[in-house]
Design a protein. Structure first.
Lengths: 100, 147
């Protein structure tokens, strides 16, 4: 398993209660130019008594969805970290514009 | 159109948890399976696909250990053609480990199931992916027809 980064802009975002689909328009040199990624709330389908143990996953899910939304609204470049075989987002960060 | 496509995948992913059996699987592409030979699964795909109104190049990037191998389907009205090569400008690309590809090609898991479980990546024009799934879907699993 090797994690890789994909860079680009959030072109579309669809969010449900347990998942978020993000379409990234990648940097111009990349072909094909778009790629789908998914954020899962890992508490989905977890027994209630175990759900508390996964509270950090809910925080991660909420944070990543918020960041993706900000990036979509602000047309900000993002870095998406994921397994090279998987479209599940491990980490998402906004790359703030440089300059004043 | 994109919102429509995204909603299709969201529905597929969520329903996978509750009704995995309803997700469309490929009809078997492995009847003439040869040991460690993936090429024939793409030949079979091309045979099953036949001619399509859409033209395009669909690339399959398959990881076998540390090695990446590439196959392409050239879609068009005159019939699909399978190529054992890499193209630099695919319209749609599937990235997955060889083990997952065998499961998909054998019809034991749905491509949508593999996607939702994080065993596959898709890039580019999703319409081509839906076209392939529609053409290669076995009788079981009707979700693609609901889209």
């Amino acid at each position: 398993m090797a994690f890789v980064d994909t860079f680009g802009f959030v072109e579309n975002l669809k969010v449900g209660s347990t998942y978020g689909w993000i379409e990234i328009r990648k940097d111009p040199s990349e072909v094909p130019p778009t790629e789908l990624f998914v954020i899962w709330d890992l508490r989905f389908n977890v027994p209630e008594d175990e759900a508390d143990l996964l509270a950090t996953d809910w925080i991660r899910f909420s944070m990543q969805v918020s960041l993706a939304r900000e990036a979509l609204i602000g047309r900000l470049r993002v870095r998406v970290n994921h397994d090279e075989d998987s479209e599940i987002v491990e980490a998402l960060e906004i790359q703030a514009p440089t300059g004043s | 159109v994109l919102r429509y496509i995204l909603s299709v995948f969201m529905v597929a992913a969520v329903l996978a948890e509750a009704r995995e059996e309803s997700l469309p699987k490929f009809r078997s592409l492995t009847e003439r399976r040869k040991k460690n030979d993936l090429s024939h699964t793409f030949q079979r795909m091309a045979e099953f696909l036949g001619g399509t109104e859409e033209r395009g190049w669909v690339q399959f990037r398959i990881r076998n250990g540390e090695e990446w191998r590439y196959w392409c389907l050239e879609l068009g009205p005159e019939g699909a053609k399978a190529h054992s090569k890499r193209t630099t400008s695919p319209d749609f690309e599937v990235v997955t480990p060889a083990g997952t590809w065998w499961q998909i090609a054998e019809g034991s898991i749905s491509p949508l199931e593999a996607l939702g479980q994080g065993k596959m990546r898709i890039r580019g024009d999703v319409r081509l992916g839906r076209l392939i799934l529609r053409r290669l879907a076995s009788q079981e699993g009707s979700l693609v027809d609901m889209c």
